[in-house]
Design a protein around this ligand. Sequence first.
Ligand code: M6R
Length: 610
Amino acid sequence: MCGIVGYVGPKSVESVLLVGLTRLEYRGYDSAGIAVIDKGDLEIRKEKGKIKDLEKLLHANPVEGSIGIGHTRWATHGEPDRVNAHPHADTRRKIAVVHNGIVENYQKFKAELTKRGHVFHSETDTEVIPHILEDLLSQGKTMAQAMQHCVDHLEGRYAFVAIYEREPDRLYFARNGSPLVYGRGHKEGFLASDVSAIIPAAREQVQIENNQWGWVTRDTLHLHNGTGTELPVTPVKIELKLAHLDKGDFDHYMLKEIYEQPDMLRRIIQARMTDDGKVEFPESVLTNEYQGRISRILITSAGTSWHAGMIGKIYLENFAKIATEVDISSEFRYRNPIAEGDTMVIAISQSGETADTLAGIHEAKAKFCRVLSFVNNTTSTIARESDAIIDLRAGPEIGVASTKAYTAQVLNLLLYAIHLAGIKWLISKEDRQIMFQEIRKVPQKIDEILSRAHILKEWAQDFRETKDFVFLGRHYNHPTALEGALKLKEISYIHASGYAGGEFKHGPIALITEEVPVVCIAPQSEVYEKMFSNIQEVKARKGKIIAIHSEGDEQTPAAADYSFAIPQAPDYLNPLLAVIPLQLLAYYTAIERGCEPDQPRNLAKSVTVE
Ligand code: M6R
């Protein structure tokens, strides 16, 4: 949440910052700004809205220089307007700061500093930082001493970068909780919330860890730990390529990412499943001996990753016979979960930066559980704080609505459950190979579904004015119903709720009228007949039925107002297929309604506040 970028080097700082901010826009897009030291003076430009609005402002009123910082905001404290936009400055406008996170004790600082004559303009927590620095400088401290003071006294989660007019060759930074990476290019230094903002110029990176602070010059990174000791730095090569961030011929990242799913799943299958019926997770350091002992699993995740976790629970219980609970991360830490015996915690996170999930990991560690994380960013905070990781291998996901990361999570969880079942001798090699044959067919089946995307596009025209949707599914597809509803509401702003089919009659059925479409996910499976009963219940109340059913099923389309066939598959693979038309339905409905699917209102891709 919020993207920050800093640059010192020979290029036009304005354009480096704008490019970086555009790439970080997925982290927040309600206002943006930059600060540059321009011919010895600190210049700040900020604007409400997206980066293109800031660009317009800079076009009219440009800045020049070789050092600067930028910010794209997802508001926490103070409404999204120009005053609350970052960067924030001190009273004399000599220091500018961009910040991602929340300074929890800012009120205390604000009160003390106001008494000492500091003038605050915004409602943000961030504004105290330049004032604290200013105050300490006026007492004769150096910037380095002032930064150490901040690390010692600021509470909460933060990553911030500061520039000071009198030291125009240094980007000062500190991190506690929110992500920050240093990038080194040729005679240029960068800081950013993630490396996507600074490639290809930055070729090597150093992840800044909690309680670290320091400064960046054109040539190097000066890094200190929380007690002020200077640390050695070992930059590593940045593997991410610019081509990974390209939208290609697609109108939106979300659509591109939906279409990437077949090839992505092929790559995961290729990397994980061996010809002799084994599943391999070479990046996980957990031994077979330990994994064979696991008696209980607690899954913690948020949003779409939580839905994947719900399917993961069914896989782990069905195939690996391990009792599994799944919690929303923000609840997990407060329910004081019991962790006896060999309880392992699985955290699932596309970004690897979700604050709630990170807090869940801290809770797990406090209970001495081992943590295995399924992450799409292997250098993320969650990856670094876990005992072991499984790399989702989805490739960069930029659309705020998660699509390909979800199917990557579901497939990796299935493969992990099969892996554990293998360790525990619960599935024979022959049975695993039968499952593998079916899994290998999934990408081709998704290709086939995608070839009929035009059907969903046509349907979407009928739902332009729809106010409410209901999604129903059972067993493996209860989470699919929740995911379909989440996709629709987050990008088209239509209210949508997902329910377990069996729960429908216990209340939600009261919602049904002719105006409420009900998406019934009813592929062939052991719960098909029960789902068909749901369809009849909706029909009896004149609800509009949108059915997702298996090819060859004639009964369901006959009862439905809209029907979309998915290829037949074993029930445990149906969620990977059934979610694809729901992603497309959400996408095309958003387009019909004139919504921006890649940047839905009020949302951010990486939710780094609790
Ligand atoms: O990066 P994470 O997987 O930890 O993110 C969790 C949720 O914030 C995320 O899935 C969110 O719900 C998406 N916007 C869903 O499309």
